[in-house]
Design a protein around this ligand. Structure first.
Ligand code: VGL
Ligand code: ZN
Length: 201
């Protein structure tokens, strides 16, 4: 067991982000065994779960004439439009069956308000509405995070950037993440995280 001040943050390892899912990330399911194995090395494990109501504003289906992966200006800034995914209670929103969810101390659900998306485990996409994760970690005395999961360039990226910004010593295990890679977004995310002081391992 490593130090009690370090948690493993497992981002969105759900069926809709795995091959065959609504927003499939290439090789998304390949990382599951490695994540399960890594859990053994951690005192604390936190999972996030993308959890949208039907008709969520980030779904292209809610915007007439718009296609998935187009970008639209939302009140809080540019928002990528996605295929309908991770709808509350659906099979696609479930964690991969092989993921060892028994080890989770906490499951943070995000994206549950219709009008606002939430990539980061810490803040919704307005970058100011907190999920409560920061308080949870701090009150448990956790100051270091290792991040894994899906997708490298969206939810992992935004979670790691916020974690670093909040002062957590943050590492992303790139081998246990997979990316969507929209127009070079994967490289941009890796560069941005490094610049923000996130260790890419
Ligand atoms: C994610 C797009 C939309 C992710 C979630 O988990 O990276 N990406 N919702
Ligand atoms: Zn989502």
């Amino acid at each position: 067991m490593p130090a009690k001040d370090t948690a493993l943050l497992v981002i969105d390892v759900q069926y809709d982000f795995c091959p065959g899912g609504a927003l499939a990330v290439e090789g998304g399911d390949e990382i599951v065994p490695g994540i399960n194995a890594l859990m053994e090395d951690f005192h604390s494990v936190v999972l996030t779960q993308d959890w949208h109501p039907a008709g969520h504003a980030s779904f292209a289906s809610q915007h007439e004439g718009r296609q998935p992966l187009e970008v639209l200006d939302f009140p809080y800034g540019p928002q990528v439009l996605w295929p309908d995914h991770c709808i509350q209670g659906s099979r696609g929103a479930e964690f991969h069956d092989d993921l060892n969810t028994d080890r989770a101390d906490l499951i943070v659900r995000k994206g549950f308000r219709r009008e606002i998306d939430s990539y980061s485990a810490f803040f919704e996409n307005d970058h100011e509405t907190p999920t409560g994760l920061e308080g949870y970690l701090r009150t448990r005395g956790i100051s270091k995070l290792v991040c894994v999961g899906l997708a490298t360039d969206f939810c992992v990226n935004f979670s790691a950037l916020d974690a670093a910004k909040l002062g957590f010593e943050t590492t992303v295990r790139q081998d246990l993440c997979r990316g969507i890679d929209l127009d070079g977004s994967l490289q941009a995310a890796l560069d941005g995280m490094k610049e923000a002081g996130v260790a890419i391992a």
